[in-house]
Design a protein around this ligand. Sequence first.
Ligand code: ZN
Ligand code: ZN
Length: 289
Amino acid sequence: MGVLHPLALNNRGQVERIEERCRSSYTCLVCEEVMIARRGEVRAWHFAHKNVTNCVGGEGELHKIAWRTIALGIKSAIAGDRDYPVTFGCPGGHPTEFSIPNHSTVKTNKQVLPPLRGDVSVLDTDGKLVLAVEIVVTHDLDPKALAIYRRSNTLVLKYAPKWATVGELRNGLRGEVVVDRWRCHECLQKAERERIAVENKAKREVEERETARIESERIAENKRIEDEKLIQGPSWKDVIVAGVVVAAVVGENLLTEKPKPKRKSKPKPKKARKSSVGNKKGYAPRKRS
Ligand SMILES: [Zn+2]
Ligand SMILES: [Zn+2]
C-alpha cells in the first residue's frame, strides 16, 4: 500500500501537515489529485487520495514531495518577507547559513543550466543561479550533473528526504554541500590569509637567498684579494703609502693604522679581477694573455 502521505497542499497553496488544522480541501503534492485528511484512531493520521490512484508514496513521490515542499517554502517566505533558513556545513566544516536574496525567483525541475534539470533552482534578480538543491532519494547525484554544477561554481546542496521528516522542509532546509569548490565567507578569508602568508614567505626566501649570495660573493672576493696579495707581496704603491703612513703616525698607532693602506690598494686588484675570474692562482694567466 506504500507510505501514508503526511503532507498535502491546502486550498491556499501551502503545504500542510496532517497534524495541523485540517479544515481545508487538499490536493496531492505529487499527482495533484484530491486528498482527504484521515485522522482516525486506528491508523496513523495521513492524507489519502480520494480516488484510486497509482500515486502510492514510493521513492519517486518522496522525491517530488521534497522538492515541491522546498520550493513552496522558499516562495512563501519570499512573499511573506520571512526567512527560509538554509543551513549546511561548508566544505571547510563551518556551520553556514545561506540567506536567500529578496525578490529571488524559484524554479523547479527546470533546465537552468542546460541540459541539467535541477530539482530546485533559486535565481537572484539578475537571473543568476545562487542556490541549487538536489533531492537524493535512491541514488546520489549523477557525476555529469555534478560536473555542470562544479563549472557553474554555484552553491549546490543535496538533501536526502524521509517520509517522517519531509514536512520540515516547509520552514527551512538543512542540506549537505555538494560542490566542494564553494567556500563560505570564513573559508574565503582564511584562504586569503594563507595566500598572503605563502606570498610573504616566498618574498622573504628570495631576499634571504639574495643576501646570502651577495655575502658569499663578498667573502670570496676578499679571499681572492688576500690570496693575490700573498702571491704578489705588497705593491710598490702599498709600500709608498705605508711609508707615508709610517712617517705620519708614531709608535703604537702604526699597528691600528695598518689595515688602512690595504683598503686603499683595493681598486687596483679589482681591475685585474675581470681577466682572472675563476683562476685562483693569481696573475700568472693574465700575464700570458
Ligand atoms: Zn498523489
Ligand atoms: Zn567555511
